[in-house]
Write a protein that binds this ligand. Structure first.
Ligand code: ATP
Ligand code: MG
Ligand code: ZN
Length: 504
C-alpha cells in the first residue's frame, strides 16, 4: 500500500515543502530511503525502526520504500523521522488512513523510545506551510510556540509518537496558542545612562544608529569601548514585523530561538577574533547562518578589531556591500541575509596608550606602524564614523547626575529614520548610492567651502567625500533639518579627523 504525507525540510534558511511517499509491498524485507537523502536522513531508518518497535508497532517484514520529493533538493537532518514513521504505519495498515493527515504538514525527530524531539527551522517551515495554503501543522512540542507565531496555521504540538497516532485516530490535542505580543526585549543591551562621560562617543553612536553607519571606536584600555558597543542595539528602533520574522528564521535555523520567542529587538553579535571563518560567515556541511547573519538588521561588533585575521575581514566585503552572503556547496549554493551595522573597537597601538593624554606608549615606531596598517584596507574604507573614546576622568566616573537613557535617544533615532524612510524607502542614509547622495545631500556654498578646506587639511580620499556627506545627511535628519547645514558638515568631518595620517 502507498501512503503520502506532507512534510518540510530546510534549504539555507527557508522551508521547502517535501512529500514523504511510503510504499510497503510484499517481498524480501528491505527498507530503503531514496530522493537525495543525506546521512542524517538515512539514520532516520534506525530511529524509526526502534521507535516503532518500542511503542507496540512493528517495522513490517516487507519491502519498504520511502521516496522524498522533490528529489532535486537535498534533504538534511532528522526532521522527516515522524512523517516516515506515520507513513509506514499507514502504508502497512497498522493504522487506518487518517483524514487528519490529508492537508497537514508533519515534522519532527524521533528518539529510540518514540519521543518527538525538537528540530531546527520550524518557523521557516511554518511560513512555507502557510504559503502553500496548508492550514494544519504537527510539530514537536518544544517548537510549538515558534510555529504558532504564523497566523492562520493550526499548530498541533506532539510529544510522543504514541500521542500523535492517537491524534490521527481522532483523539484531540489542544492546538498551540500564539504567544501574547510582548514589547521588544532590549534587556541584553547596556543602557547608555550607565556609561559615564563619553558625551562625544555617545553622540557618535546615536548618529551611527540613526543612519546605519559603520563605526570604529579607538581609545585606551578600559575607556569603555566594549561597553559603548553594547549600547548600540538599544539605540535602534524595534524590528518591523517583516524584519522580526526574517531574523527569527535565521535564529530558528541556527537552533538559537529561545522558547520559540521571536526576535523583535535588533540583535547584537560579538564574535571573538579567534572564531572560525565558518562561524563568522556561516557554513558547515549543512550550511547554517554565521555571526554576520545572526547580526542581520542589528549590530556586528568586532572587538579588538586589529586581532581579527585578514581572511575574516576580507570575506565581510561582499555582505557589507550586498546585504547577504552566499555559501557554495557541491550540490547547491545557499544565500543567507546579512545586513548589519558594523561596530569595531581598537586601541590606538599595541600597548594602548599611543597619543593618550597622560599615558606613556611603550611601543616602538615599527610596532605602531604595523598596528596602524591593520586599521586600513577594504573594510575600514567602509567605516563612516571614527569615534575617539578617551579615558574617563575619575570625577566623571563618580558623577551622580542622571545621563540620558537609551530609550530617549532611540526616540530621536526613530524620528530620523522616519525622515529617511520618506526619502529613501527601505534604505538608510549609509546605503545611499552616489546618485542618491548627489540628489539628497546638496550643500550651500558655506558648507561646500568648509568641506573643501577640510579635505585638503585631512588629506581625505574621494570615497571619504561621499561618506562625509551621508553622515552629514543623518546629522541633519536627527536635527529635523531638510537641508544640510554647515554645522552638520562640521560634525560629520569630526568623525573622520582620526582617519588622516595626523592621528599618528
Ligand atoms: N565611561 C564609563 N562609565 C562607566 N563605567 C566605565 C566606563 N568606562 C569603563 N567603565 C568600566 O570599565 C570596564 C571596562 O570597560 P570596557 O571593557 O568597555 O573598556 P574597553 O575600552 O573596551 O577596554 P579594552 O581596550 O581593554 O578592551 C567596564 O566594564 C565598566 O565597568
Ligand atoms: Mg574592550
Ligand atoms: Zn603603545
Amino acid at each position: 500500500m502507498l501512503a503520502i504525507l506532507k512534510s518540510c525540510t530546510i534549504s539555507g534558511y527557508q522551508g521547502v515543502l517535501t512529500q514523504v511517499e511510503v510504499d510497503v509491498t510484499r517481498g524480501f524485507p528491505h527498507f530503503d530511503i531514496v530522493g537525495l537523502a543525506d546521512t542524517a536522513v538515512k539514520e532516520s531508518r534506525e530511529r524509526v525502526r526502534a521507535a516503532l518497535g518500542n511503542n507496540g508497532f512493528k517495522l513490517p517484514a516487507d519491502r519498504i520504500t520511502v521516496n522524498l520529493a522533490p528529489a532535486a533538493i537535498q534533504k538534511h537532518g532528522p526532521v522527516l523521522d515522524v512523517p516516515i514513521a506515520l507513513g509506514i504505519l499507514a502504508a502497512s495498515g497498522q493504522i487506518p488512513a487518517s483524514p487528519r493527515l490529508l492537508d497537514t504538514v508533519v515534522v519532527g525527530e524521533l528518539s529510540l523510545e518514540g519521543k518527538i524531539r525538537p528540530v531546527r527551522g520550524v518557523l521557516s517551515m511554518a511560513i512555507t506551510a502557510r504559503k502553500n495554503g496548508l492550514s494544519v501543522m504537527v510539530v514537536p512540542r518544544e517548537n510549538a510556540a515558534e510555529a504558532a507565531a504564523i497566523k492562520q496555521l493550526t499548530v498541533i504540538p506532539a510529544s510522543t509518537l504514541r500521542e500523535l497516532v492517537a491524534w490521527c485516530l481522532g483523539r484531540e490535542i489542544e492546538p498551540a496558542q500564539a504567544r501574547q505580543e510582548h514589547s521588544p526585549d532590549y534587556s541584553a543591551c547596556v543602557d547608555l545612562a550607565e556609561v559615564k562621560g563619553q558625551q562625544a562617543a555617545k553622540r557618535a553612536l546615536e548618529v551611527a544608529a540613526a543612519g546605519g553607519h559603520n563605526i570604529l571606536m579607538i581609545g585606551p584600555p578600559g575607556s569603555g569601548k566594549t561597553m559603548l558597543a553594547n549600547c548600540i542595539p538599544g539605540l535602534m528602533p524595534p524590528l518591523t514585523d517583516a524584519q522580526a520574522l526574517e531574523v527569527s528564521q535565521l535564529y530558528s535555523v541556527a537552533g538559537l530561538l529561545r522558547h520559540g520567542r521571536l526576535i523583535t529587538a535588533p540583535p547584537f553579535r560579538n564574535p571573538h577574533h579567534s572564531a572560525s571563518l565558518a562561524g563568522i560567515v556561516g557554513g558547515g556541511s549543512v550550511p547554517r547562518p554565521g555571526e554576520i547573519s545572526l547580526a542581520h538588521h542589528g549590530v556586528l561588533f568586532l572587538d579588538e578589531f586589529p586581532e581579527f585575521r585578514r581572511e575574516v575581514i576580507e570575506v565581510l566585503r561582499q555582505p557589507m556591500e550586498e546585504g547577504w552572503i552566499t555559501i557554495a556547496r557541491a550540490r547547491a549554493s545557499y544565500r543567507f541575509p546579512a545586513r548589519f551595522l558594523l561596530a569595531a573597537a581598537a586601541n590606538p597601538c599595541p600597548c594602548g596608550y599611543y597619543g593618550v593624554d597622560g599615558g606613556i606608549c611603550t611601543c616602538t615606531p615599527g610596532q605602531v606602524a604595523k598596528y596602524r596598517s591593520k586599521l586600513s584596507g577594504p573594510i575600514l574604507d567602509r567605516i563612516d564614523i571614527w569615534a575617539d573614546v578617551p579615558a574617563v576622568s575619575f570625577e566623571k566616573l563618580r558623577q551622580r547626575q542622571q545621563a540620558e537613557t537609551s530609550a530617549v535617544v532611540r526616540q530621536r533615532v526613530l524620528a530620523a529614520r522616519e525622515r529617511q524612510r520618506r526619502r529613501l524607502g527601505n534604505k538608510l542614509n549609509a546605503d545611499m548610492d552616489n546618485r542618491q547622495v548627489a540628489q539628497h545631500c546638496t550643500l550651500d556654498s558655506a558648507s561646500e567651502e568648509l568641506l573643501a578646506r577640510a579635505f585638503t587639511r585631512l588629506r581625505l580620499s574621494a570615497r571619504a567625500y561621499q561618506r562625509v556627506l551621508k553622515v552629514a545627511r543623518t546629522i541633519a535628519d536627527l536635527a529635523g533639518r531638510e537641508k544640510i547645514a554647515s554645522e552638520d558638515v562640521a560634525e560629520a568631518l569630526s568623525y573622520r579627523s582620526m582617519e588622516g595620517d595626523d592621528f599618528y
